[in-house]
Design a protein around this ligand. Structure first.
Ligand code: FES
Length: 217
């Protein structure tokens, strides 16, 4: 059986940043929608989780027999998110309120980082799900305090936990924090990178105040 390092194509002395970079690259290549397979996709996710849980070179690996490959994409019962980068709206002169926003996005030939879809594991926040699917969405505190991870829920349900920094006037507009929330409806349409929206940007705490921040300024 390949070690987690071999699965991610890195050496055992790779640092945390190299592991995350390798994971984001491999998980995209392995996704069934991108020419990979469900078993390959799962192997990459498992390798990354083992490294996150402290796997060291030489640690024993469980004797695993690969499951037969399913015919459909993995976890089809999980909520499916269709996402769009807020910066794209600015570039095209679109608005969050546009009823055909996602239809226009689907026809605009956007980059896969700006428009696409992924499934959300019920145990993950939306931000974690994006990262597991290889997307580098902005964040800083990962605790509902800084608004760097704000998204707009254009369609679908994504309850907001009780404790966070967003005022009611923003939550009533469907603004949520992806680090502490996740969709519960089968499908959801989400605009991410909302920190550039003026009402959100005035609440921002600078990403530089937090370790491991990811910013797409
Ligand atoms: S990362 Fe700070 S509120 Fe989500």
């Amino acid at each position: 059986m390949e070690s987690p390092f071999e699965v991610l194509g890195i050496t055992p002395d790779a640092d945390d940043g190299e592991i995350v970079d390798a994971y984001r690259e491999r998980v995209k290549e392995a996704h069934p929608d991108q020419g990979g397979s469900a078993s390959e996709f799962q192997a990459v996710k498992t390798a990354y989780e083992r490294l996150q849980n402290g796997y060291e070179p030489g640690d024993p690996l469980p004797d695993e027999t690969p499951e037969p490959e399913p015919e459909s994409p993995p976890e089809p019962d999980d909520p499916m998110v269709e996402f769009l980068n807020f910066e794209v709206l600015e570039d095209h002169g679109w608005a969050l309120e546009d009823e055909d926003l996602f239809e226009k996005a689907a026809e605009a030939g956007l980059r896969s980082a700006d428009f696409g879809r992924f499934y959300v594991d019920p145990n993950d926040t939306l931000l974690e799900a994006a990262e597991k699917n290889g997307f580098a969405w902005p964040f800083a505190c990962r605790g509902g305090a800084c608004t760097n991870c704000a998204v707009a829920v254009v369609e679908g349900e994504m309850p907001s936990p009780a404790s966070h920094i967003l005022p009611p006037e923003l939550t009533e507009k469907g603004i949520r924090l992806s680090c502490i929330a996740a969709p519960i409806s089968d499908d959801a349409k989400i605009v991410y990178n909302l920190k550039h929206l003026p009402e959100v940007s005035e609440l921002l705490l600078p990403a530089s105040r937090f370790e491991q921040a990811s910013s797409t300024d």
